[in-house]
Design a protein around this ligand. Structure first.
Ligand code: NAD
Ligand code: 6OD
Length: 499
């Protein structure tokens, strides 16, 4: 892996995107395309072709043929060795992935080089290891009348998997699904976010380089409704749909998946709480909350937009988080001092700024931020917003209940553990929570009462890829991670042999 003492320029990644179908890059035949804009300065990165039904059909047909042909014929060891080679090649081309991801998203190299790109490689490596080591159940049926039998489970690939991914951690979240899908022997058609097409396209080059058979990994670009996303999720040869994105998009995809009864795996939105108890280590709680609310410019589904702080330390916590936020450095990705980039697009900035206005209209105290920063030169055209803290809102305020997906949080005091738990559980979402306390008994007690898929204690986004990952309530359907991914990416058959 590059040490990034000499940082590549993001300019090296500026190019048109292409579909990757049956092992070949193509612009398709629709003649339709859109401009991909860099959120740093709103400049045009290049053009992205929009797939129509024919391109989607070609990709799904290629995926089916690879499944029935060369990919399906590999042994598990051959398949998983190939995926380990994919991981190594991502690492070999670390700087190319880094530049492409930062150009598409504007995120700092510091973020992408520590999180996004290494996880892109790790997602292939970890699931290759997992699949090599799985076992299934066996039962011996032994009845008095002699109807004896050996039963054992067989895990077979589910088939062609549609992967629909978002823009906030493009390579990380796409490979989090492509890795297990391929490790389990499926083939995939990926529809990356229209905002961030570059790294999914680049992964096609990696697949060809390491000799993954054509048709195993396909990419089609486009939008959701009446475009590539809808055509893909409606395609009759797609056997399963795995999706990460907004809850209401999940509802639309679920309707599309109902035709033909295709199974879905959903990682959806959140409005995650952090509970900061007076017995916490305040330094760690402030540092952790600075990350959980502001990392990736607040565009992390697991991020904490609602912070509840026990009253005796409320003032101190707010003051210290404010100081931390005011120490964030907005700037270009390659600058070592940059700790925050822009939002992903001008459209997303409009949405986030509408919440900044709503907070004030609803009576919030703006502790810091709340507007648009003065950025120098070309950056003035980009999708920048100030990192923002509010206090003083009621529990029914929109800003406290709706997912904003920006660098902002509301902080509210609480008086008892029960009240903190009630507030934490009071939304339709149930993705993640962070609990800050040095009291071990309290940590276990509170974690057991939070209705979330992932509860971090004295940490945030500390990931062990073997663990179950997903959301409860309207934050998701199903769990992925480690052996849990096998539930979605394989069909479990039972073989019964009469003895
Ligand atoms: P989004 O739902 O707008 O888009 C996600 C993807 O779905 C894109 O590729 C889009 O083109 C596609 N899409 C949209 N409509 C579609 C349709 N009808 N049929 C098929 N595809 C369709 O989400 P986003 O704005 O890209 O990402 C931000 C959202 O994702 C936030 O709500 C965030 O919380 C959520 N998210 C959740 C997780 C998680 O793990 N739970 C992780 C990351 C992001
Ligand atoms: O770490 C992961 O595996 C994961 N799915 C993270 C999701 C982050 C959401 O933005």
């Amino acid at each position: 892996m590059s040490t990034h003492t000499a940082r590549p320029s993001i300019e090296s990644a500026r190019r048109d995107a292409a579909h990757f179908i049956d092992g070949a890059f193509t612009q398709g035949a629709t003649g339709k395309s859109w401009e991909n804009h860099c959120p740093l300065d709103n400049s045009v990165i290049g053009h992205v072709p929009e797939a129509g039904k024919a391109e989607v059909d070609a990709a799904v047909t290629a995926a089916r043929a690879a499944l029935d042909g060369p990919w399906g014929e590999l042994t598990v060891a051959q398949r998983t060795d190939m995926l380990a080679a994919v991981a190594n090649e991502i690492t070999n081309r670390f700087d190319d992935f880094l530049a492409a991801e930062c150009l598409d998203t504007g995120k700092p190299y510091g973020t992408a080089s520590h999180i996004d790109i290494p996880r892109g490689a790790a997602n292939f490596k970890m699931f290759a290891e997992t699949v090599k080591n799985i076992s299934t159940e066996t039962f011996i049926l032994d009845t008095p009348d002699g109807a004896n039998a050996l039963n054992y489970g067989l895990r077979r690939p589910k088939g062609v998997i549609a992967v629909i991914s978002p823009w906030n951690l493009p390579l990380l979240l796409m490979t989090w699904k492509v890795g297990p899908a391929l490790a389990c022997g499926n083939t995939v058609v990926v529809k990356p976010s229209e905002e961030t097409p570059l790294t999914a396209t680049l992964l096609g080059e990696v697949m060809n380089k390491v000799g993954v058979p054509k048709g195993v990994y396909n990419v089609v670009h486009g939008f959701g409704p009446n475009s590539a996303g809808e055509f893909l999720t409606q395609h009759p040869l797609v056997n399963g749909i795995t999706f990460t994105g907004e809850t209401r998009t999940g509802e639309a995809i679920m309707k599309q998946a109902a035709v033909g009864l295709r199974q879905v795996s959903f990682e959806l939105g959140g409005k995650n709480p952090a509970l900061v108890f007076a017995d916490c280590d305040l330094d760690k709680a402030v540092e952790g909350t600075l990350r959980s609310a502001f990392a990736n410019c607040g565009q992390v589904c697991l991020g904490t937009e609602r912070i509840y702080v026990e009253r005796p330390i409320f003032e101190a916590f707010v003051a210290r988080l404010k100081a931390g936020v005011e120490g964030l450095r907005l700037g270009r990705p390659e600058e070592p001092s940059t700790t925050m980039g822009p939002l992903v697009s001008m459209e997303h900035r409009e949405k986030v700024l509408s919440y900044y206005k709503a907070a004030v209209d609803e009576g919030a105290t703006v502790v810091t931020g709340g507007g648009v920063p003065d950025m120098p030169g070309d950056l003035a055209q980009g999708a920048w917003v100030e990192p923002t803290i509010w206090t003083g809102l009621g529990d029914d305020a929109r800003v406290v209940n709706e997912e904003i997906f920006g660098p902002c949080c509301h902080i509210r005091p609480f008086d008892t553990e029960e009240e903190a738990i009630r507030l934490a559980n009071s939304t339709r979402y149930g993705l993640a929570a962070a609990v800050w306390t040095e009291n071990l008994a309290r940590a276990h007690r509170v974690a057991g009462k939070l209705d979330v898929g992932i509860c971090w204690v004295n940490s945030w986004f500390l990931r062990d890829l073997r663990t179950a990952f997903g959301g409860s309530k309207q934050s998701g359907i199903g769990r992925e991670g480690g052996v849990h991914s096998l539930e979605f990416y394989t069909e479990l058959s039972n073989v019964c042999i009469k003895l």
